[in-house]
Write a protein that binds this ligand. Structure first.
Ligand code: URA
Length: 281
């Protein structure tokens, strides 16, 4: 596939090295790209001309029709966070003993970011670095995530007068580290999900990025592989939701980074299309 100048400049800003690799199906060169997590890219800036141009979406499949949705129903045994405000929710997470992870954690990892961010990132569970620091995504996958976000002009660190449209709120399906970073258990996910549901209600994001299969299981109630669900916009309670690979997976499978870039472009395009529609209404 051929890339425009605009797409190439966005890729470069993201720290993606791009090269063309002829294949049987795409003899004029399929693009492979690698995101270099060691080199923080400069923020992607868009010139007025670029800003007016459509975002470089690779997958342009339409958003799945969003059926009317009832309020999310927390699974049996879930913590009850209904109606809590931010301080009460923080306190409820910090003191939670709903599952056995409370006895092995150093501390809970609530989530971080702008309370009214337009973008919400949902990951899996804290790892060792997060358990020690209390912040989500601070290890190697966090560095990669920050670079991915910076490449599309987003940040988790507000600054003085942050524009919510450029801010993210990052949360996990689990607020406590599973021992030895094992996968979350179904019962742990079920009990913890009331916290995530309430976080999403409070932030009211314009778009959700679900990273990895556990975020997908929680938010879409789907056990389909990420590879099958990515590439189109889904809906969580009327909020567009894009499925993408977990950064930890991308660190192991470098070749999938080009697809993760496609997903970010699709998310950008989806959120821009939604805001244009609202502005016109
Ligand atoms: N992986 C996650 O899913 N979340 C974190 O906070 C860290 C690593």
């Amino acid at each position: 596939m051929a890339w425009s100048e605009h797409q190439r400049s966005m890729l470069a800003a993201m720290g993606l090295r791009v090269w063309s690799m002829p294949t049987a199906s795409e003899p004029d060169g399929a693009v492979a790209a690698v995101l270099d997590e060691a080199t923080p890219p400069a923020p992607a800036t868009r010139s007025p001309a670029q800003a007016a141009a459509p975002a470089p979406v690779v997958s342009r499949r339409p958003m799945s029709a969003a059926p009317p949705q009832a309020a999310p129903v927390a699974a049996a045994g879930a913590v009850n966070a209904v109606g809590l405000d931010w301080p009460a929710l923080r306190e409820a997470v910090a003191s939670c003993t709903a599952c056995a992870l409370s006895s092995t954690r150093t501390q809970t990892v609530f989530g971080t970011g702008h309370p009214k961010a337009h973008w919400m990132i949902v990951g899996e569970a804290p790892g060792e670095a997060e358990d020690l620091s209390g912040e989500p995504f601070v290890g190697r996958s966090g560095q990669l995530l920050d670079n991915m976000l910076r490449a599309i002009g987003l940040s988790r660190h507000g600054g003085d007068m942050p524009d919510p449209a450029r801010q993210v709120f990052i949360a996990n399906t689990l607020k406590c580290r599973p021992p030895r970073n094992r996968n979350p258990l179904p019962d742990e996910l079920a009990r913890c999900e009331g916290f995530l549901i309430r976080q999403i209600e409070l932030v009211r994001p314009k778009i959700i990025l679900a990273m990895g299969s556990f975020a997908v299981q929680s938010l879409l109630r789907s056990s389909a592989p990420v590879g099958q669900l990515r590439g189109r916009a889904h809906s969580y309670q009327g909020v567009p939701l894009i499925v993408t690979y977990h950064p930890a997976y991308l660190l192991r499978q470098q070749s999938e980074k080009a697809r993760a870039w496609d997903d970010l472009c699709l998310a950008l395009d989806t959120v821009e299309a939604a805001s244009t529609t609202v502005a016109r209404d």
